[in-house]
Design a binder for this molecule. Structure first.
Ligand SMILES: NC(=O)c1ccc[n+]([C@@H]2O[C@H](COP(=O)([O-])OP(=O)(O)OC[C@H]3O[C@@H](n4cnc5c(N)ncnc54)[C@H](OP(=O)(O)O)[C@@H]3O)[C@@H](O)[C@H]2O)c1
Length: 255
């Protein structure tokens, strides 16, 4: 039996990871801000799957909360076998907006907290000679839209760098890079989705299942579904000027 710690486990992709891991019998540690939702999610998963579920109420933009989660990851008496860094949100503010608080929050939650939690988990896992880390990036990492693309590009490249530092240690790192996923993400960020066709969307359970399968095989990048794998292939080969043009069109469609 393994233990997995998932950040942002109460909704969307994180909740899908929690369901998939509980279904395979893993004990869980769920992290998010909303205490009531955490308790309800833990009770439901514990009852449905008979696994032990711990919760940590933490705002990952707050350093003390991040350090508390990191301490749980490094607790040698209660090893964590899988870390899923998933908590995150969409960004709406322009780069030129004088109010940079949303960007600061994004860097704290989606970059700095990821770096601190990965460091803690990787130290403990390397000492045991095994472990898995999944960081939720995005296909936006290949684009150039606002601050979200730079943030997710950081997650992707950081995961590759961490994987290098852990090479040969028995600990693997996988960056999950999905396209559009139906979750609370767009509504929370005030991103309009009415014009996005149905075929574009990926199911959150499919994302979690593909990422877990990739992590089990020690794969570095997981892009769920064939159509988004094809999109990644095109983005890898396309001239960057074409990628910037497509990103401008995408950003303009949201304004
Ligand atoms: N949806 C997409 O189209 C898509 C595509 C590619 C990548 N992603 C990435 O997937 C990840 C999950 O997003 P989602 O689509 O599943 O979004 P979601 O449905 O809005 O879920 C976000 C989760 O993160 C938690 N969270 C948000 N801010 C937090 C904070 N400061 N501290 C701790 N927990 C926090 C939320 O719980 P609380 O509010 O209770 O804290 C919630 O559990 C994100 O990293 C996102 O960038 C999403």
């Amino acid at each position: 039996m393994a233990t997995a710690l998932i950040t942002g486990a109460t909704a969307g992709i994180g909740a899908a990871f929690a369901r998939a891991l509980a279904a395979r019998g893993d004990d869980l540690i769920l992290v998010a801000r909303d205490a009531e939702r955490l308790a309800a999610t833990a009770a439901r998963l514990g009852t449905e799957h008979g696994v032990a579920v711990e919760t940590i109420r933490a705002d990952l933009s707050v350093r003390a909360d991040v350090l508390a989660v990191a301490a749980r990851l490094e607790d040698a008496r209660r090893p964590v076998d899988l870390l899923v860094n998933n908590a995150g949100f969409g960004l709406h503010r322009k780069l030129l907006d004088p109010d940079f608080s949303e960007h600061e929050n994004a860097l704290d939650v989606m970059c700095l907290a990821v770096l601190i939690l990965c460091g803690a988990a990787a130290r403990a896992m390397r000492a045991r000679g095994r472990g898995r880390i999944i960081n939720v990036a995005s296909l936006a990492a290949w684009l150039t839209t606002g601050n979200y693309s730079p943030v997710k590009a950081w997650v992707k490249v950081y995961s590759e760098a961490l994987s290098n530092e852990l090479h040969g240690s028995g600990v693997t790192v996988t960056a999950l890079c999905p396209g559009w996923v139906r979750t609370e993400f767009h509504q929370r960020a005030g991103i309009r989705t009415a014009a996005i066709p149905d075929w574009v969307w990926v199911d959150a359970d499919r994302c979690a299942a593909e990422a877990l399968a990739a992590a089990d095989k020690g794969r570095m990048i997981s892009v769920p579904t064939r159509r988004w794998k094809a999109a990644r292939f095109v983005a890898d080969l396309a001239p960057r000027a074409a990628v910037r043009w497509a990103s401008r069109m995408l950003s303009a469609s949201r304004d």
